[in-house]
Design a protein. Structure first.
Length: 239
């Protein structure tokens, strides 16, 4: 995540030197010059690349979940903790803690890399206004969006028992499926997973309010955990 944060800030600085608006990129929604010049412009790199962060989070959750199956550890875990729902919840809580650490590192890396934007002629005079509140809100919003991405990775890993499938589906969805759907007239783009989670990370957009995005995100996460729980409880792990 930290690497993406640095990369996106560098790209924004270079791209906006020659452009007055955002430059849409698969998985990344670059901000406009006006957005960068607000007090929250310092954290624009976080919500701009939130879906790419999401792919990383999905991959990590999927890997650590699927690893239990590929290594055979799942048999010992189930034997030591017969309550599979508690076992799955423990895995999710552990991964959520790791995700919180990763988001914190990404926020720090973003702050360090943000000055790269100033070299493009962007006014950074407003960046110091209410800085603790801006950073705190950015952390919470990004973290919430990453939890849903992680839940998706966990669900796919529980279903497929392979991290490769989960990662392939996640990357393919963000870079291919949503990009194609956005090109279709009348398509419900505001309800897409990437759009919803991107809106959460940004704190709401003109098209999707924060409340709507949070509600949809919570729904996606709950449905995912219910599916994962049902499969995990009923599946035979001895094969």
């Amino acid at each position: 995540m930290a690497g993406f944060a640095v990369m996106v800030n560098t790209v924004m600085g270079s791209a906006l030197s020659a452009s007055t608006g955002g430059l849409p990129t698969p998985g990344v929604s670059l901000p406009t010059r006006e957005e960068l010049e607000t007090s929250s412009g310092i954290v624009a790199g976080l919500w701009s690349a939130s879906n790419m962060f999401g792919v990383v989070t999905l991959s990590l959750w999927a890997f650590f979940t699927a690893q239990d199956y590929s290594s055979g550890l799942i048999r010992f875990l189930v034997a030591s903790e017969p309550n599979r729902i508690r076992l799955l919840a423990g895995k999710a809580i552990t991964l959520a803690g790791f995700t919180a650490l990763a988001v914190t590192v990404a926020v720090i890396a973003n702050i360090v890399a943000a000055p790269a934007i100033g070299g493009s002629g962007i006014s950074t005079a407003a960046w110091g206004q209410d800085l603790p509140a801006v950073l705190g809100k950015a952390w919470i919003n990004l973290y919430l969006s990453q939890l849903v991405w992680g839940a998706l990775g966990l669900v796919i890993a529980v279903i497929s028992r392979t991290a490769m499938t989960a990662v392939s589906l996640g990357v393919g969805y963000v870079l291919t499926v949503e990009s194609i759907v956005r090109m279709i007239d009348g398509a419900p783009v505001n309800q897409l997973l990437g759009t919803t989670l991107g809106a959460i990370a940004k704190g709401g957009t003109e098209a999707v309010s924060y409340q709507t995005a949070a509600t949809l995100g919570l729904g996606y996460g709950l449905i995912g955990f219910i599916i994962a729980g049902l499969i995990f409880v009923r599946r035979d792990v001895t094969d």
